[in-house]
Design a protein around this ligand. Structure first.
Ligand SMILES: C[S@@+](CC[C@H](N)C(=O)[O-])C[C@H]1O[C@@H](n2cnc3c(N)ncnc32)[C@H](O)[C@@H]1O
Length: 246
């Protein structure tokens, strides 16, 4: 898998991403951001899914994101938020300028050898790094079947690890973990957008992508658990980890 190409792929499905991807439950956001934090950096902010929850908490939020098209969606949705182009390895921010850094659904795209020192540099001493992922809940039959279908032909490929590493390098202390669950209510078109905005689907040749999305649409229309329903409830597990800068 060409990780860099996958990491760069999101921009071409930015609108689908903004429509289809879920936000993050409140208890997860509460776990990720220390109570005393005021200035928070949302790193790899994408279209602003987590940014919106941080703003709703009254935090002073700065969004950094490498994709100009994802940033355009974020700026349209959250015009009051300071949003800049940058990466986890090179944020472009001053030293010790934020109380917390949160990275939603994006730490698996970064190079930790360069991102850990960069995050440590921009955090004030005692500040915290929070990582979060929404992962599909495979205990639900149609979810399992749909994603098995979406990965047809790529069985040998390793799926990107959507979970926190066992530990972060110094100056970060041990990782504390928290897991919660939530349901994102959408419709069939929303679930198709969800699949279409996965990096490994975005980078497929056009004919393969069209075939995959047609098969997914067929499953969504005919699966006994979904047949005749306007709304589709997509279940997620939300995996969180946080660590203090020593
Ligand atoms: C799955 S999206 C998550 C976006 C957003 N945080 C959310 O929760 O919806 C992954 C994001 O990571 C960004 N990304 C990829 N490589 C990155 C890097 N090295 N540093 C920061 N962000 C990166 C992508 O452009 C994309 O917006």
């Amino acid at each position: 898998m060409d990780t860099a190409a996958h990491a760069r792929s999101f921009g071409s499905a930015a609108a689908q991403y903004a429509r289809a991807r879920p936000g993050y439950p409140d208890d997860a956001v509460g776990f990720l951001v220390p109570p005393a934090a005021r200035r928070v950096l949302d790193l790899g902010a994408g279209t602003g899914k987590l940014t919106a929850s941080l703003v709703a908490r009254g935090l002073d939020v700065l969004a950094v994101e490498p994709s100009t098209r994802m940033l355009a969606q974020l700026r349209a949705a959250l015009p009051g938020v300071e949003a800049r182009e940058g990466t986890a390895e090179a944020t472009g921010l001053p030293d010790a300028s934020v109380d917390a850094v949160v990275v939603a659904q994006a730490w698996h795209w970064v190079d930790p050898e360069r991102a850990v020192p960069e995050v440590a540099r921009v955090l004030r001493p005692g500040g915290a790094l929070g990582l979060v992922w929404n992962v599909r809940d495979d205990s639900v039959g149609w979810v399992r079947e749909l994603w098995a279908l979406a990965r047809l032909g790529r069985e040998g490929e390793q799926e990107q690890q959507m979970d926190a590493p066992a530990a972060l390098a110094a100056p970060f202390g041990p990782l504390e973990r928290f897991e919660t669950a939530h349901v994102h209510v959408t419709d069939r078109a929303g679930v198709l957008d969800l699949i279409a905005s996965r990096s490994y689907v975005i980078v497929l040749p056009e004919d393969e992508r069209a075939r995959l999305l047609a098969a997914a649409a067929d499953l969504l229309e005919h699966h006994p658990a979904l047949r005749g329903r306007e709304e589709v409830a997509v279940p997620y597990r939300t995996l969180c980890a946080r660590s203090r800068r020593g």
